[in-house]
Design a protein around this ligand. Structure first.
Ligand SMILES: *[C@@H]1O[C@H](CO)[C@@H](O)[C@H](O)[C@H]1NC(C)=O
Ligand SMILES: *[C@@H]1O[C@H](CO)[C@@H](O)[C@H](O)[C@H]1NC(C)=O
Length: 247
């Protein structure tokens, strides 16, 4: 929300003054995203850096388009066992940061939906990883399932993680996913069911240092998303990332 504080100089908003971007999946046709996008995200759902880079081969006939944007980013992690975060997985990401820069990505999108470990261990590993990425001049984006990861050792770990991300000056953008299947007709503004009783509400985002840029199914969800956050939460968004593929 306090975007100007944390917004990295290289994270350029679109002409609309909003951050607009998209995911391009490494299966099917991939996506070219909305016009005016400044961020394109190579998405495989994998947590291992070398696998994620190898899985998105831009321009290859069996894969996906080039990310023709100012900020091509690599997504790591995802919503199943192949994308689970652990302290070891984060250590491996730190060791592999040079692979990300060598592949000409300008940032990493951490898709954190499942995380194994204690709050203390995970928070420390995320902070160290984000700092190491910034030291390599990589932008740091976090996307999560609704308001927090849905699978953690206990619900309070999910709450603690979001709190730590929102107070970390090395996180440029935080992007809650306002969908479950990605086929929804309207944005899902519900907070994560597994931790909402422990406090993973939108309140956690109200003093966030990072720009608040939800992931939505498509651009028809922009107006209802903004209306919900403004009228129900007293918050404004700084842009959006589009999940559905646009070819
Ligand atoms: C795309 O990523 C998936 C993992 O989600 C991987 O299994 C698959 O091999 C990748 N596809 C290609 C064409 O590399
Ligand atoms: C990265 O960009 C440099 C400079 O434009 C280019 O020479 C190099 O081939 C690119 N590397 C990859 C893996 O695309």
């Amino acid at each position: 929300m306090k975007s100007t504080l944390a917004l990295s100089a290289i994270l350029v908003p679109s002409a609309l003054g909003q951050i607009v971007g998209y995911y391009s999946w490494n299966w099917s046709t991939g996506s070219k995203g909305p016009s005016g996008s400044t961020i394109g995200v190579a998405f495989t759902g994998l947590i291992n850096t070398a696998d994620a880079i190898a899985g998105y081969t831009p321009g290859a006939s069996w894969c996906c388009p080039e990310l023709d944007v100012e900020q091509p980013m690599l997504s790591l992690g995802g919503g199943n066992a192949a994308g689970q975060f652990t302290v070891d997985a984060l250590s491996a990401i730190q060791k592999d940061l040079d692979l990300v820069t060598a592949a000409n990505y300008t940032g990493i999108v951490f898709d954190v939906e499942e995380a194994i470990g204690s709050s203390e261990a995970l928070i420390s590993a995320f902070q160290t990883t984000f700092a190491a990425a910034k030291a390599k001049k990589l932008s740091v984006v976090i996307t999560t399932s609704h308001s927090a990861p849905y699978a953690t050792d206990t619900p309070s770990v999910a709450v603690d993680l979001v709190k730590s991300w929102c107070s970390d000056p090395n996180v440029d953008v935080i992007s809650p996913q306002l969908y479950s299947s990605g086929m929804e007709a309207t944005p899902e503004t519900d907070e994560t069911a597994s931790c909402v009783d422990s406090g993973c509400t939108w309140d956690l985002y109200k003093d966030c240092l990072a720009s608040f840029v939800p992931s939505i199914v498509d651009e028809t969800h922009v107006a209802p998303m903004n209306s919900y956050f403004q009228s129900e939460q007293g918050m404004s968004t700084d842009g959006y990332l589009v999940w559905a593929q646009m070819v």
